[in-house]
Design a protein around this ligand. Structure first.
Ligand code: CA
Length: 226
């Protein structure tokens, strides 16, 4: 899962970046409102944590432009202002949730997880495809009840595939969700990691769940022909 952090106070930005990276998220950080809008429009993030008071363009203006352009990325507003009026304004501008500074990192993480859950009405946060299960809260994946030993990158790739079941994901989409803008990524890196994942998930005797869509990308599905 790839998260954009928009925060102009370096200490807070660094604190969030470090915590989310440790929790296996891919993170981009920007501290300027105009840059934030450019990043949010150029890249398909899974969620945005957005400070309100920012240089050049404030968080509410950014939110307004994003929503006006049809961008539905979940947005968690971060702010030092804590009045009912501020909260209402934020939600009216299209924010999905609101967190008042100073906050505990665990709360930020819990709220981001809630925003990332799809579909929103799914009560059970555990993702399932056939007998493959992934529990985002515990960072655990199992196939047929057997726990899988995954590297952080393999886990991220599996989570991304499982959050988009029966959809074809292109190599570009996968790279954008798993690697930050500073990484140098070889074009075959997705195929390499899909290979690692297959060796752990689709082992002999298991029905294959990761399907190659020739010339396009990959699809996770119970059904080979979906
Ligand atoms: Ca600020």
């Amino acid at each position: 899962m790839r998260i954009l952090i928009v925060e102009d106070e370096p200490a807070i930005a660094q604190f969030i970046r470090q915590g989310l990276t440790e929790a296996n998220y891919t993170v981009d950080v920007v501290g300027d409102g105009r840059d934030a809008l450019d990043y949010a429009l150029a890249t398909e993030y899974d969620a945005i944590a957005l400070d309100i008071l920012l240089p050049r363009l404030d968080g509410l203006q950014i939110l307004q432009v994003l929503r006006a352009r049809g961008n539905k990325t979940p947005v968690l507003l971060l702010t030092a202002r804590d009045t009912v009026e501020d909260r209402v304004r934020g939600l009216d501008h299209g924010a999905d949730d609101y967190l008042v500074k100073p906050f505990a990192f665990a709360e930020l993480l819990a709220r981001l997880r809630a925003l990332l859950r799809r579909p929103p009405l799914q009560a059970d946060a555990v993702l399932r495809v056939a007998d493959l299960e992934l529990d985002p809260a515990r960072h655990e994946a199992r196939r047929g009840g057997q726990r899988l030993d995954l590297s952080p990158r393999e886990y991220q790739l599996l989570e991304f595939l499982m959050r988009h079941p029966d959809q074809v994901l292109t190599r570009t989409q996968i790279i954008e969700h798993l690697w930050d803008l500073d990484s140098y990524v070889e074009s075959n890196v997705v195929d390499v990691y899909i290979g690692y994942l297959r060796r752990k998930i689709d082992r002999a005797g298991n029905r294959p769940l990761i399907h190659t869509v020739r010339g396009v990308g990959y699809r996770m599905s119970e059904d080979a022909d979906a």
